[in-house]
Design a protein around this ligand. Structure first.
Ligand code: ZN
Length: 445
């Protein structure tokens, strides 16, 4: 089945070679839209994604592409734009989110909502996550229309709110109310990566599944009294003991078919990974996080006054569980690992992780084809992302979803996501533009 698809795609690509867009014009329009989106402050909380939706609406109106803002309230909103094909094949969904994580402005070398261009890089919160993809997706629809590309599929553009806070008011809200408008053969979303090392592509990772994110609150309790007389049952000391123990939690590596294929394909190009006797050896944190349940303490709270023993102290553990793992079983095992004590865990259980999107699906095959044209001799691998995105919600709704941030990025650049001085080079932005355009042009016809 898979070879037949490849055959069909290649035939149709050769038979209808389309004329090339004027990429310098595209760069001008794309960077203008992208910088406008970066200049729109959509830090979540509070989000205010409606401002980004209005910028996108103005763009689609100018391009003559039908679109609609779906208001959740007067600040939060999502947007769908749609380019119509002849309807003989199911649609392609291009999804990206409009909200961004908050910034600590003082640590940045360029104002985070400026969209400043410095030394070939565009700076701003969301430059990688996810406004670059948002702009590229929007420009792809515009370009298909300008080029009068023949389409058998509708191309749906979706801008979601609230992804950085779990997506309840974004992808969740839209799928609950407007599932019919999002039906597609497959979705392209963030999540995968094209990694460069020493300026050369190292691998392309197409995300087909995601770990599940949980915020687990651990509270330690103690007696409250005057701090002038130290007590052994101090809540902060108890929490510190538990945290020390948690950092040494023995995570058991588990590989599934996706991670097995990923590491097998990676080993030939990645010296940081060794495959021996069916086991994988690596010390690289990203790779380790793909094989184990992880725990990161992220917020801590405790105490009411400097001279009072606090009644309790609390830490938020941001935990990422491998697909198919049960959160209750995980918390039970964590609880017995830290040993009995004045502790309480609180978390919200959710439905299980959806099935991985198939590697023989049309979306995967198209990405594989376009990436092998653009990055010859580079392994193209299925990928389990440690982070969670709207992709999990789309997969739950039966839409095969492939995650690929389509910009070739040096490993050091990737870490700027959610960090300081988030940026993208104009060169990488344009590579991503060409990739998504090629993918949709090829898959849509
Ligand atoms: Zn994101």
């Amino acid at each position: 089945m898979r070879s037949l698809w490849i055959f069909l795609v290649i035939i149709s690509a050769t038979a209808c070679a389309a004329s090339e867009p004027d990429w310098s014009d595209v760069q001008k329009d794309l960077t203008a839209l992208f910088r406008e989106l970066l200049q729109t402050d959509t830090q979540n909380p509070p989000g205010n994604e409606i401002a980004a939706c209005q910028a996108l609406k103005a763009f689609f109106d100018r391009e003559g592409i039908s679109n609609r803002i779906y208001e959740v309230n007067d600040q939060r909103a999502n947007l769908i734009a749609r380019l119509h094909g002849n309807g003989s094949l199911r649609a392609i969904l291009l999804a990206a989110h409009t909200d961004v994580v908050p910034v600590d402005e003082n640590s940045w070398s360029a104002p985070p909502f400026s969209g400043d261009l410095k030394d070939g890089f565009i700076y701003g919160r969301g430059a990688l996550d996810d406004k670059s993809m948002l702009a590229v997706n929007a420009m792809t629809l515009a370009l298909l229309k300008r080029m009068k590309a023949p389409l058998r599929r509708d191309i749906i553009f979706l801008a979601t709110a609230d992804e950085e806070a779990g997506g309840r008011l974004g992808a969740g809200w839209m799928l609950e109310r407007h599932r019919d408008k999002l039906d597609a053969a497959f979705a392209l979303n963030e999540g995968g990566r094209i990694i460069l090392r020493n300026g050369k592509p190292l691998y392309v990772a197409i995300q087909t599944e995601e770990k599940a994110a949980y915020n687990i609150k651990l509270t330690a309790y103690g007696s409250t009294s005057h701090a002038s007389v130290p007590r052994l049952d101090n809540a902060i000391s108890a929490l510190a003991k538990a945290l020390d123990r948690i950092t040494r939690y023995p995570a058991v590596p588990v590989l599934d078919p996706v991670t097995t294929a990923f590491f097998k394909g990676l080993e030939s190009v990645e010296p940081l990974v060794e495959l021996k006797n069916c086991s994988i050896y690596t010390t690289e944190p990203l790779y380790l996080s793909m094989m184990t349940n992880t725990i990161s303490p992220t917020l801590i709270q405790g105490g009411i006054k400097s001279n009072v023993h606090p009644p309790s102290a609390e830490v938020n553990l941001n935990c990422r569980l491998l697909p198919g793992q049960d959160v209750k079983a995980f918390v039970d095992s964590l609880s017995s690992w830290i040993a009995p004590g004045p502790y309480e865990f609180k978390y919200t259980a959710r439905s299980s992780t959806p099935e991985a999107s198939p590697q023989d699906g049309i979306g995967f095959i198209l990405i594989e084809q376009v990436c092998s044209e653009m990055f010859p001799d580079t392994p193209i691998l299925p990928y389990l992302s440690p982070g969670m995105s709207d992709g999990t919600r789309f997969r739950h709704e039966g839409i095969p979803t492939y995650g690929l941030l389509p910009f070739p990025l040096d490993e050091n650049e990737v870490w700027r996501m959610h960090g300081k001085d988030e940026r993208i080079s104009v060169e990488a932005l344009m590579m991503g533009m060409r990739l998504v355009y090629r993918l949709v042009e090829l898959g849509g016809k």
